[in-house]
Design a protein around this ligand. Sequence first.
Ligand SMILES: N[C@@H](CCC(=O)N[C@@H](CS)C(=O)NCC(=O)O)C(=O)O
Length: 210
Amino acid sequence: MTYTLYWNPGKASFAPHALLAESSLDYTLVNVDIDSGESHTAKYLAINPAGYVPALKLPDGSIMYEAAAIMLYLADHHELREMAPAAGDSDRALFLRSLFYLTNTVQDSCKAYYYAHRYSTDEADAARIKDRAVQNLDERWKVVEDHLAANGPYHLGERYSLVDIYMTMLADWYPGNSEEFFARNPSVKRCSDLVTARPVIIEVMKIDND
Ligand SMILES: N[C@@H](CCC(=O)N[C@@H](CS)C(=O)NCC(=O)O)C(=O)O
């Protein structure tokens, strides 16, 4: 029952990597070097046709991609109730709302910053796209901050879950000054600090540091 995670240090593979480790699942890592274009080779596109890292090969040989989908799949398949409230659990709605806000809304602005050239046909627009992406990120992170300030330290209150791992990954991607970011968002910092103090996460970060 071994999983293969196609990963690259510091990228969206961090969150599924951390979940695999937190849940003591058996896995191996295959590095896909995004910077050298490996994620767009025919070999990798046969694994993830979108050309994104991560992807996960399941023990039966089939492939999952999309970081959050991989995590939800693992949580369902292995009944990781401590990492993800199951259907019927009263925390499930908040859990899904929080996870999809991070993936569809916060991560979306990260992409506009890091891949600004894909958001216009004119390269000269890149600087303005990045500026707007940072403004969007600041607005979008405030929603997370307000929620955690009122309900933290974790997204589900006292209950740690895979959403907190996902948030920690995205907070690390903030493109501006991270000290100022965490000063503006102290509850995000508190949640991130709790996650990154976990012994398993410390081990994952040693491998995942770019
Ligand atoms: N929606 C995808 C996005 C993953 C993603 O953006 N991966 C980046 C690294 S963080 C990537 O593979 N970039 C290469 C590229 O866009 O060419 C997911 O959440 O898994």
